[in-house]
Design a binder for this molecule. Sequence first.
Ligand code: NAD
Length: 436
Amino acid sequence: MILTAVRPTSVAENRDSGKGMLGTALTQLNSIFNLLDLNEGLRAIISQPERELTVAVPVRHDDGIVRVYTGFRVQHSSARGPCKGGIRYHPVVDLNEVRALALLMTLKCAVTNLPYGGAKGGISVDPTGLSDFELERLTRRYAAMIMPILGGKRDIPAPDINTNPRIMAWFMDTVSMIQGQLSPEVVTGKPIELGGSQGRIDATGRGVAISTVEMLRRLGSDPKDMRIAVQGYGNVGFYAANILAREYGCRIVGISDVSGGLYNPKGLPLTSLSDFVANNPGNFLESYMSNGHLDKISNEELLTLDVDVLIPAAIENQITVNNADRIQAKVLVEGANGPTTFEADVILQERGIHVVPDILANAGGVIVSYLEWVQDLQWFFLEASEVQTQLHDVMLRAFEEVWSVAESRQIDLRSAAYLLAVQRVGEAIDQRGIFP
Ligand code: NAD
């Protein structure tokens, strides 16, 4: 298959407009509009969020002092179903980032053909500086503040960076207490005991592993021979690395987190590393006692390692014009949302590096979130094996559909995924018509 990057203008011309995640996503969207026969009205609708909410979140800290944090919830589209998207706690969260992530969610749900629109939320906060009680009060107040626009048929949050099943449990409990009824369908990624789904915790990492192996298969490469580096050892990176190693026999040679990375060209001791991470919550990889055969490397070094597959699974804007020329991997699978800037993407395509885009590669989480929501609405729960089968089937169907578009249009996989998604969202808006 010939992969040709869709580039509306030159890299230099896009340097300013492509700033930040929102710029990258909108630039890519515009380039796809030019390939599709979408009218101006539809383009305008898809280019901006339906609804945005900014809230003040006052929290009484353990020392008695009240501090006010800023929270957001952006609903990009409800054309194809209720809005769906995670909640992120991070110091650099701002409205533009949440807008970009909400747009990506609309596209992700459309490319996997889930009956959802897209949303995202977050609080600008460093949660590592909060006690458990402060974290709970922050979550409950934020949930109450955005509750007017949430609901199982309106908008359904889920975990993202620095949020987890426990936080989703507080979220669900807050909404249920205020509504006076148990409402498990209001949020996904909950603990199993509270209506969570089997297989949700590792779903995004498993989806990343499935799309990595599928990409390798289509390129004629045996996963067992592959050397893989993973940036980020949180929910996505941890499970992606472990599933690729244990279930597909890949060699994980590099991993990293915010504290830095570890490298061994012969393969990392993942079992011992995973035990360390599981038994020392809150500790970073830098405090892992090396057995003497591991090299400590920086995140920048990890991205440019001599590997076959690179999986950025940490945060956005990691592969930029500053390092795209030095990426040695032949395949890049985007576990994180928006890890590659628009300009870097063009460089990767020109260098013949195959990129499995975020809206396809990391869709495993929202696929199992969808299964969780369906189970909650029916009060009927699936076995782990059933969830895994469904996840596998939906991921592979989406991959095949994106691949077919890429082949028939002779375009790269990201452009193909965007094209398929925008087409589906456009059709839904068109068929519903414009109210009133
Ligand atoms: P997480 O908080 O569980 O883990 C994030 C990891 O990235 C941690 O290991 C952290 O130390 C590391 N990290 C943070 N800043 C870094 C930096 N500057 N350099 C290197 N590493 C850094 O988050 P997660 O849920 O694993 O999410 C990771 C990415 O995947 C995000 O982009 C998120 O939006 C995306 N994503 C997550 C899900 C999900 O279900 N959790 C689904 C789809 C996409």
